[in-house]
Design a protein around this ligand. Sequence first.
Ligand SMILES: [Zn+2]
Length: 451
Amino acid sequence: MSNLGANPGSNLGSNLGIDAERLWDSLMETARIGGTPDGGIARLTLSDDDRRVRDWLAGQCAALGMTMVVDEVGNMFATRPGTKPDLPAIAMGSHLDTQPTGGRFDGVLGVLAGLEVLRTLDGAGYRTEAPLMLVNWTNEEGSRFAPAMLGSGIWAGVYSRDYGETRADISGDTFGASLDRIGYRGPARAGAVRFGAMFELHIEQGPILEAEGARIGVVQGIQGMRWFDLTLTGMAAHTGSTPMRMRRNALLGMAQVIEGVERIALAHEDAVGTIGFLDISPNSHNVIPGEVRATVDLRHPSDAVLDRMQAELEALVREAAAAVGLGHRLEPISCTAPVAFDAECIASVRAGARAAGHATRDIVSGAGHDAAHTAGVVPTTMIFVPSAGGLSHNPAESTLPEECAAGAQVLLEAVLDYDRRMADARNMPARNADTHKTGAEKTGAEKTEAA
Ligand SMILES: [Zn+2]
């Protein structure tokens, strides 16, 4: 505690250091819950292993004297009081569920780094003004119960509780029954537990940070996403007896669309476009493809650019179908608007990375995250750390111990910076009126008064 005042009037950070080894040990300890022989984790949401890791987290939070509230969709919220209990909490967290072939860092790092921040503050006896909160969202992955990010989506009011309740897995078990089975249907109404800001640390799940040698990604937002179902219809016919000029080959048309989607994405900076699913009918080696179905996935951080890309896709499909003599149907099946993260939260991450001495790169998330839902309700941002080879949703997913530690340290500094930033903002208009504060009140909050 003695070092807390060592930096008076400085904005160089807290002088608190997270315990990298303790963080890594917790990551490896929980990785055994649902651990797979290839070094990954298969911890499907609301499974017995999900219950075990939730019990573990609840135990760790209890050991820190924190109060845990579970809501009716299993979202877990543990609170550490601040010196001003009436302030909304600053939340950290992510998710503990994984894909069936999940790695050891996706989601888990965000929760366990938040826990490490709380352990560090606890060890130092450091009190923030605002309460701090650790969150574990239910069913981020969506691999057992679609859609993904369900717990945070219900919390944010994007989905109704009843909608979530009735989601079923392939064996017909529902989300609601599974919550009851593992004993994690809590008493709090979904959405009733509120907080004032959210910081989600996550692995990048892409190759950019590693390629550019930046340890910390300052996440600006999450790109928007539009999915389409595309069907091209020609005529199935014998491959031997149908002359080339008399064919209506649906796969040939689709090949032109696949190339065209690539061109559309390359023509817009920061855009990506993919056809990752094809269903060829009748899919026989001696029949000209009569019908081909595909999904088209377009993503970009700007809705205006997505509008242009969609118009270009529509024109592309019309032209490719006309060139080969095909019928076509292009149907939008899902549309997620881009998310822009909060400027103050981003500024705190930047300040946190500076304080921790790490190289940063501004980045837009290519994948969806719980933070996309919280961003619609409260100021939110994310912090990324590198993923080796950009690999994720894979047992070989790898982030180095020092990279996990860097992320946790920046999370700590960012949260403390945000706490100070909000305190300064509160004090600003009434700075003169504030002089009536007693000395005890002024020193009561063990925090460096940032200049
Ligand atoms: Zn994740």
